[in-house]
Write a protein that binds this ligand. Structure first.
Ligand code: FAD
Length: 258
């Protein structure tokens, strides 16, 4: 069974993000694999180990996105492919979904795994939109795959929803977004890091994918930083814990917090 896992290169979550004149910057902070996508890679590897199959990691982006792919290779993915084309430089999610869907199709994948969302643009809809383009069932927020039958072409998953777990069965091929309950991502092995460092990662353009430049349906009109919050600190002192607690309660009520 061929499993495609989609990983995005994003600024480190510890980076200090600034926005000036609509331009987003994260200074010298490194770009890393989207943290949610490490869970998707782990899920893909576990499924391949249990049910047989090969895992290919894909990333849409510029040359820098190869670092995210190298991380996926170091974790154990067999192949990695960069999807890169100047026509995708300002792509919206619909355009990204069309390119990712074309890659899954070109590869003959039967399972497409995604993280639950990318920590930079945070739309969280790429998995469902890609599934829509493919005409595959979209199984979002998957926390476990209790059954998978590649021959019978069925899959059973547990979805992590606010109220608990929802168990659903679907046909294959299918697209899954993975949440962190699935399994803790493995650390890349030393051998894996060496293999990834030497890997030649192919790049596919839109022409390689057999699709034309997709027209954007959503235009970003502006982007700005949230207004700075005014924060002040006060240390409450008193003769005893009970005295401090009483003063704290008075403060909270006085400020109208309660
Ligand atoms: C320079 C630039 C310009 C942009 N301009 C626009 C614009 O004009 N209009 C607009 O609507 N959006 C724009 N975007 C946002 C862009 O469309 C989104 O990054 C993209 O649609 C994915 O959405 P998301 O990042 O919120 O991912 P989510 O939907 O939150 O991601 C969910 C999952 O999908 C997968 N995934 C997402 N992106 C990728 C990827 N690139 N490669 C591999 N897997 C991926 C990952 O598994 C991820 O965990 C721009 C982005 C950039 C970098």
């Amino acid at each position: 069974m061929k499993i495609a896992v989609f990983v995005k290169q994003v600024p480190d979550s510890a980076a200090k993000i600034t926005v000036e004149n609509g331009v987003v910057s994260w200074g010298d902070a490194p770009l890393v694999i989207n943290p949610w996508d490490e869970y998707a890679v782990e899920a893909a590897l576990l499924l391949a180990e249990k049910h047989g199959g090969e895992v290919t990691a894909y990333s849409l982006g510029d040359e820098n996105a190869k670092e995210a792919l190298k991380h996926a290779l170091a974790m154990g993915c067999q192949q990695a492919v960069l999807i890169s084309d100047p026509a995708l430089a300002n792509a919206d999610t619909a355009a990204v979904a069309r390119a990712l869907a074309a890659a899954a199709q070109k590869d003959g994948a039967e399972l497409a795994l995604f993280g639950k969302q990318a920590i930079d643009w945070d739309s969280g809809v790429t998995p469902s939109m890609t599934a829509r383009v493919l005409g595959w069932p979209a199984l979002s927020l998957v926390a476990a795959v209790p059954a998978l039958d590649p021959a019978g072409k069925t899959i059973k998953v547990e979805r992590a929803i606010e109220e608990g777990r929802q168990v659903v069965e679907s046909r294959l091929p299918a697209a899954l977004s993975i949440v962190k309950d699935y399994a803790e991502p493995r650390y890349p092995s030393f051998m894996g890091i060496r293999k990834a460092a030497q890997a030649q990662i192919p790049s596919w353009t839109l022409a390689d994918l057999g699709i034309s430049a997709p027209a954007n349906t959503v235009e970003t009109l502006g982007i700005s930083a949230p207004p700075a919050r005014e924060v002040s600190n006060e240390i409450i002192t008193g003769d005893s814990p009970a005295d401090i607690a009483a003063k704290l309660v008075d403060k909270i009520i006085g400020e109208g917090v309660l």
